[in-house]
Write a protein that binds this ligand. Structure first.
Ligand SMILES: NC(=O)c1ccc[n+]([C@@H]2O[C@H](COP(=O)([O-])OP(=O)(O)OC[C@H]3O[C@@H](n4cnc5c(N)ncnc54)[C@H](O)[C@@H]3O)[C@@H](O)[C@H]2O)c1
Ligand SMILES: O=C(O)CC[C@@H](O)C(=O)O
Length: 528
């Protein structure tokens, strides 16, 4: 596996990936045409905000399986196109929160006290004490727009500065805001009441130009604005005009609609304006944090495990992940085996969960069942992102059933796969951390789903097992385990052989022709 790390990612994450045996090529800066030219060789790509992962890049990235954004915002990645191609996009939702929060506080103070210009002129030998009189934060009203991770961090720090904090975030409850010490307000109230306004939300159709000449003119004269989120939330030209008109006394901006910003950017050279080149996440700690986060995510995905930080699949909390994680492998193997035994176009897949596991969302485990069932039969690599849509495309109805009552096993996963002709039912359970198949179509077994398994339902009569054993022996196939089980229904048994080698078609044909055998299927989990 080959991984391309663009945009100068911290070596800590690279080390994790190299220790896993992956080849990692690190580029500090990668021009767009070079990225397009080389991306086809790579299985995974790591970017910060500089590289743009466009539709063309994704098209050229024929082997791409995952893109890791070493940061929060994924607006430099065409996530919809990646999803359509089954490419997982992950980010580091919390790795740079503190860095961006502290940078915002630094920008607020630097702007309020004219620190950058005071430094610049003092360095030149000037002594301008009267010119750079600032304002205090204490007692001022701070309007925070976007009360997510960074917004909440700003609220906490602003309160330590004795600011009166109000906030606007249509997706945050009163209770949550109260817990942050923030009084929820409408956007109009934020505009009208704030001495300082700071924005902390993604750039979306809703937030683009959220602050523009209309509401800038409704702000308190002398208001100070901060944008360390995304360029374009505050209209840059309208902000520059409002600074020139004396409505806005200060603006502290870290992010721009076009980065690097053009030489004729309207905010350049304006008094009271503090600019930094997208430095919010640029601390040693944050860069280590985000690179470890994406490396762990890439490692997990390339090993076929689900990734908690994938932005293009249903998010899973750590709490839920801790409960469901031990079941992923079992779910996938049950899906693989049920699909193989069903032997035909699948119409429905039902995943039934029994026991404690029913307390949490099991959606991702059902996706694991689909992944296991579809991966051996599709050309496209099936993963946690594309498995549900691939199943839908194939007209497969997927059902999830939850049953709190337990019988023999405290946590049981039942997978039923139906074709037009039959339904295959498999059950699996965890013993410690080890998954076992415990029933096959009602026959009680105890099978390790990591082995190569030959499943043969047969008539319960003497000689059949011996004949199959001889066929295997004659073909040089070693049997390292065997179980025979019967159901309540008299007369039929199931034979499960653990075999060490692949079984060629002619040998399978001989097994199937044994009198009394009414089916033989080799389950090869290597196809997963
Ligand atoms: N400057 C930097 O280097 C830097 C570093 C880290 C993060 N960021 C950016 O900062 C922003 C915030 O990051 P975060 O980690 O706090 O994200 P987050 O997802 O934790 O929070 C975003 C918040 O925005 C709110 N929101 C969404 N639409 C909104 C709207 N229309 N009006 C008001 N609120 C809205 C959401 O409800 C959420 O609470 C992101 O855009 C991120 O890319 C920049
Ligand atoms: O990579 C960076 O330095 C910027 C990161 C930041 O904008 C983010 O969204 O996480």
């Amino acid at each position: 596996m080959k991984i391309l790390a663009a945009d100068g990612v911290s070596p800590k994450g690279i080390e994790i990936l190299r220790n896993e045996g992956y080849e990692v090529v690190v580029k500090d800066k990668l021009p767009a045409d070079e990225l397009l030219a080389i991306i086809g060789e790579y299985d995974a790509l790591i970017v910060r905000s500089a590289s743009k992962v466009t539709k063309e890049v994704l098209e050229a990235g024929k082997n791409l399986k995952i893109i890791g954004r070493a940061g929060v915002g994924v607006d430099n990645i065409d996530v919809a196109e990646a999803t359509a191609r089954g490419i997982v996009v992950i980010n580091s939702p919390g790795g740079n929160t503190i860095a961006a929060t502290e940078h915002t506080m630094g920008m607020m103070l630097a702007m309020a006290r004219h620190i950058p210009i005071a430094n610049e002129t003092t360095q030149k030998g000037e002594w301008n004490r009267k010119k750079y009189v600032g304002v205090e934060l204490r007692g001022k009203t701070l309007g925070i727009v976007g009360l997510g991770r960074i917004g909440a961090g700003i609220a906490k720090r602003a309160q330590a500065f004795e600011m009166d904090v109000i906030g606007y975030d249509p997706y945050v409850t009163e209770d949550r805001a109260k817990a942050m010490g923030v009084r929820l307000a409408s956007l109009d109230d934020i505009v009208a009441e704030s001495d300082f306004i700071t924005v902390h939300m993604p750039l979306t159709a809703e937030t683009r130009n959220m602050f523009n000449k209309d509401n800038l003119h409704k702000m308190k004269k002398g208001v100070r604005l901060i944008n360390c989120a995304r360029g374009g939330i505050i209209n840059e030209q309208d902000l520059a005009d409002a600074v020139k008109e004396g409505i806005v006394a200060g603006a502290a901006i870290d992010v721009f609609t076009s980065e690097p910003m053009p030489a004729d950017h309207p905010l350049l050279g304006l008094p009271g304006v503090v600019l930094t080149p997208h430095l919010g996440a640029s601390t040693v700690e944050a860069q280590i944090g985000v690179s470890i986060d994406v490396a762990e995510g890439i490692r997990a995905h390339l090993k076929g495990e689900p990734v908690m930080t994938a932005v293009n699949m249903a998010p899973v909390s750590l709490q839920v992940m801790n409960v469901i994680k031990p079941y992923f492998d079992l779910a996938e193997r049950l899906g693989c085996m049920a699909g193989a035994l069903a032997e035909g176009p699948v119409k429905t897949v039902e995943a039934e969960y029994t026991g404690e596991i029913t307390d949490v969302s099991t959606k991702l485990l059902t996706t694991a069942v689909l992944k296991g069932m579809l991966n051996p039969i599709l050309e496209t690599a099936v993963n946690y992102v594309n498995a549900p849509s691939l199943a839908k495309e194939r007209g497969i109805t997927v059902r999830e059933v939850k049953n709190k009552e337990t019988a023999n096993f405290s946590n049981l996963l039942t997978v039923r796969v139906s074709t037009e002709k039959k339904t295959v039912t498999l059950q699996g359970a965890l013993f410690g951390t080890e998954g076992r198949i415990v029933t096959i179509d009602g026959y009680r077994v105890d099978v390790d789903p990591h082995k190569r398994i030959l499943v043969c339902p047969h008539t319960n009569c003497p000689g059949i097992i011996g004949k199959v054993g001889s066929i295997m022996g004659d073909a040089g196939i070693n049997i390292s385990g065997m179980q025979v089980s019967k159901t309540e229904q008299e007369g039929t048994n199931i034979m499960v052989l653990i075999v060490d080698n692949d079984i060629p078609d002619d040998v399978m044909a001989k097994v199937k022709s044994v009198d009394g055998i009414f089916g033989a299927k080799l389950i090869n989990f290597d196809l997963l």
